[in-house]
Design a protein around this ligand. Structure first.
Ligand SMILES: Cc1cc2nc3c(=O)[nH]c(=O)nc-3n(C[C@H](O)[C@H](O)[C@H](O)COP(=O)(O)OP(=O)(O)OC[C@H]3O[C@@H](n4cnc5c(N)ncnc54)[C@H](O)[C@@H]3O)c2cc1C
Length: 113
């Protein structure tokens, strides 16, 4: 839940723990597959494989291909175009970026309408 405020993240993590939900951070899903005994498993980028009964996918949306191709400074984690507080793209003159594809440097606004 990186797009939410820290207190909301912490509250959710606490509630999940109370419900016995195991949270695995700092890794991403590489594959979902059936293993040899026919059960379902998810392969993580940290090399671990976790079995699951129900998989709920909520990874959000990816940066647009057009934005990926743009040759300008981007946020490393999200791929969003970095701007100053006036939404000017960093390092460019009179070029602006707004909406989900933009990120004001050192500030965080969730990607919502
Ligand atoms: C499933 C889902 C549910 C959501 N629910 C909510 C909600 O309940 N409340 C809320 O506030 N927000 C919600 N959001 C987020 C909200 O939709 C976005 O924050 C908002 O639409 C961002 O607006 P935008 O104009 O930046 O981008 P977008 O609305 O994504 O518009 C980008 C546009 O650019 C076009 N485009 C892409 N590439 C090119 C190109 N090469 N040339 C020309 N055009 C191009 C696309 O077709 C699209 O029309 C939701 C998003 C999703 C995916």
């Amino acid at each position: 839940m990186p797009s939410y405020a820290t207190d909301i993240q912490e509250y959710t993590a606490d509630e999940f723990k109370k419900d016995g939900i195991n949270i695995i951070n700092e890794t991403y899903v590489k594959n979902c597959q059936k293993n040899n005994d026919g059960s379902d498993e998810v392969v993580l980028s940290n090399g671990n494989i976790e079995k699951f009964g129900l998989l709920v996918w909520s990874t959000g949306v990816e940066t647009l291909p057009f934005v990926k191709k743009m040759n300008c400074e981007k946020d490393e984690r999200t791929g969003r175009i970095l701007t100053d507080s006036n939404l000017r793209i960093k390092g460019l003159k009179d070029v602006y970026s707004i909406g989900d594809c933009a990120l004001i440097e050192d500030q965080f606004y969730p990607p919502i309408a």
